[in-house]
Design a protein around this ligand. Structure first.
Ligand code: ADP
Ligand code: ADP
Length: 228
């Protein structure tokens, strides 16, 4: 479903962020990208939704070279969740979540119904939280809205960059568990970046362990943990 073939990214200043990367992620698979800061995880992820263009090699989605797909159309197929989700501050939680379905052509009533369903799915009661504004939520609750919004276009692919990085460890574990429950229902193809090996192991069907600009190991959690 997602395929990298000999992908290299050199930034304008000469930094080689990713060096000759090849791997595949199957449909419905959750792959975690783990490694220290600066090893190329975010760059890898952003080449999937064309926020970054590869210098060499090819990234494809469902067999289609992403460099030939219109970025707007591409982003409808790819939900994106970052560490500090940018919610619209002047919109309620419900409207933040309803914006995407509405932009995609659903009526206002349909969009709001869909948004309420999504909030429920991520564990936020729409009756309690739907009318609040982002500043009235905790960090963990804002992340949930970010996940709900990323799911709103029902994209087959989710890119998540340190989605639980900005919350304290107890909340993080809670969000991780909820996310696993959610993923069991929605079965998206997921790339999730983390610098935390424990998180990578807990969430990943497979784990890509990064060294500098390269994937050094790409395997199941059991194999990664059992490796000498
Ligand atoms: P990670 O997500 O693992 O922290 P990144 O993909 O963000 O790593 O960065 C990989 C390398 O590329 C780092 O050396 C980083 O400084 C560099 N880098 C990232 N973005 C840019 C950019 N826009 N211009 C130049 N160098 C960059
Ligand atoms: P804002 O905080 O301005 O409301 P967003 O939170 O929607 O904006 O987006 C933050 C950044 O991420 C923007 O640069 C936007 O273009 C980008 N972005 C948002 N959604 C996606 C997506 N699905 N795929 C790729 N990039 C996205």
């Amino acid at each position: 479903m997602i395929r990298f073939e000999h992908v290299t990214k050199r930034y304008a200043d000469g930094t080689t962020a990713v060096d000759d990367l090849s791997f595949e992620v199957a449909e419905g698979e959750l792959v975690t990208l783990v490694g220290p800061s600066g090893c190329g995880k975010t760059t890898t992820m952003k080449m999937v939704n064309r926020l970054v263009e590869p210098t060499e090699g090819r990234v494809s989605l469902d067999g289609e070279d992403v460099s030939t797909v219109d970025p707007v159309r591409l982003r409808r197929r790819i939900g994106y969740v970052i560490q500090q989700v940018g919610l619209f501050p002047h919109k309620t939680v419900l409207d933040n979540t309803a914006t995407v379905p509405h932009l995609l052509g659903a009526s206002r009533a349909e969009s709001r119904a869909r948004a309420a369903e999504l909030l429920d799915l991520v564990g936020l009661d729409p009756k309690t939280y739907g009318g609040r504004y982002p500043e009235q939520l905790s960090g963990g609750q804002r992340q949930r809205v970010g996940v709900a919004r990323a799911l709103a276009a029902d994209p087959p692919v989710l890119l998540m960059d340190e989605p639980f990085g900005a919350v304290d460890p107890v909340v993080r574990e809670h969000l991780q568990n909820e996310f696993l429950r959610l993923q069991a229902q929605v079965r998206k193809t997921v790339l999730l970046v983390t610098h935390d090996l424990e998180e990578a192991v807990r969430l990943g069907d497979r784990i890509a362990v990064y060294g500098q600009g390269r994937i050094e190991q790409f395997d199941t959690p059991a194999t990664v943990l059992g490796a000498p």
